[in-house]
Design a protein around this ligand. Sequence first.
Ligand SMILES: Cc1cc2nc3c(=O)[nH]c(=O)nc-3n(C[C@H](O)[C@H](O)[C@H](O)COP(=O)(O)OP(=O)(O)OC[C@H]3O[C@@H](n4cnc5c(N)ncnc54)[C@H](O)[C@@H]3O)c2cc1C
Length: 460
Amino acid sequence: MSESGLNKRLAQIVGAENVSTESVDLLCYSRDASENVGMPDIVVWPNNTSQVSEIMKLANELKITVTPRGAGTCLSGGPIPTKGGILLVMTRMNKILEIDIANLQVLVECGVVWQDLNNALTPYKLFLPPDPASKDACTIGGCMAECSGGVRAVKYGTFRDWALGLQVVLPNGEIIETGAKTRKGVSGYDLTRLFIGSEGTLGVITRARLRIFPLPRCRLVMSAYFDSMESAGKAIFRVMTSDLIPSAAELMDKQTVEAVSKFMNMKFPECIALAIFEFDGSSLGEVKRRIRQARKLCEREKATRVDVSETVEESDRLWRARKSAGPALATLKPSSMHEDATVPTSRIPEMLTRIEQVAQKHNVLIPTFGHVGDGNLHPIILYDERNQDEKKRAKAATADIFRAAIELGGTLSGEHGIGLSKAPFFSMEHSSPETEVMRKIKNAIDPNNILNPGKIWAGA
Ligand SMILES: Cc1cc2nc3c(=O)[nH]c(=O)nc-3n(C[C@H](O)[C@H](O)[C@H](O)COP(=O)(O)OP(=O)(O)OC[C@H]3O[C@@H](n4cnc5c(N)ncnc54)[C@H](O)[C@@H]3O)c2cc1C
């Protein structure tokens, strides 16, 4: 079918105003927050599930590739259309359909932005706990497709742990509903969790039913400064293996602290590493007791200074600073690769040492921060795309970091997904028979390989 013929058919489904081949749109949707680039042939903005279904039926009939996209904050190239085709922007399906307080759950369309959902829940003193740092922009559909986490995953888990069910449009246009409204459910295979983390390769998620939770009455944040990464790593390990159960346990190295300080115009004490802990609960006395215990554990590991935020505003300011770490570091060099190699928590100190060794070996800057309480580190490899030698060294460093994570019993990705960036390394972690099972699932659901091809494992 000619390009204008395809335009016409899509315009009949969604309306001409919701289809574009303007170069400004194609360019705009050719990138996400990673280093990857790929141009779509046509951009489409559906408004409801039946439109998505019609689009998929058409694409399947014509064997045109479709790449679903939320807000495009992905750090691994997931929403990049590698083979052109249709770029399906899901942000207009952004209604909160139901807030069911009696059953502590919500039903939302996939384009709802995380922060908008939580703003709607605050008056009921409820919240959706997994909180990606991109929460002002990222959509629930994107969070489901990536199985996103965030700082509170250490206590509350990731999106996988909060999903009850999904509405999904399959590559052939069929609409299915997975899961149940109940807290428990073992009726058949767990299709909900098959689609969560599938990075838009198995189906287009159009709705999600999610559990929600009472907002803790109190939250206090403690910052502990250290003059070595090793001491910080040990202190975090001590807190994590105690009965104090922090709702966040984060780490920033010296380079990250300095970059954030400049970016946010905030002053931090001199340190090699900064550990940030949050404790939440229903009584201030109880939260303060846990903070006192955590302080003792940090001091035992030679913290040079420990501060506790006295007010919610102070805590929020610190969280804003921590969540600006990625953008702050990205200002240091023209290009960056944001990794999320994850290791078992007991191996964190070793992983931090390995990252330092990789930076020295390849002579590249690799500031590191992350959700260290659940073993999820974010080493940021900084380089200049125009300097071929530096780019080569940065790529070699990235491969070494993945190798180190796997050797320490970890994984390529804790929360950012494999996408395009990590696809060449997939076989480092997964055996051929395991990958073959994944391929068979993909082939069974998407025999024409039209949905987000080229992601997760190279050549998909
Ligand atoms: C500054 C910054 C901070 C971040 N912090 C975190 C963090 O703390 N924790 C974390 O986990 N991630 C984080 N991320 C990564 C990213 O924000 C998350 O992965 C986010 O959930 C992606 O949502 P999105 O709406 O932007 O999806 P997109 O980037 O648009 O898409 C992501 C993937 O999901 C697929 N997809 C999108 N919508 C659908 C749908 N409706 N159906 C099927 N597939 C779909 C796409 O094809 C793609 O593969 C951060 C990113 C940035 C830029």
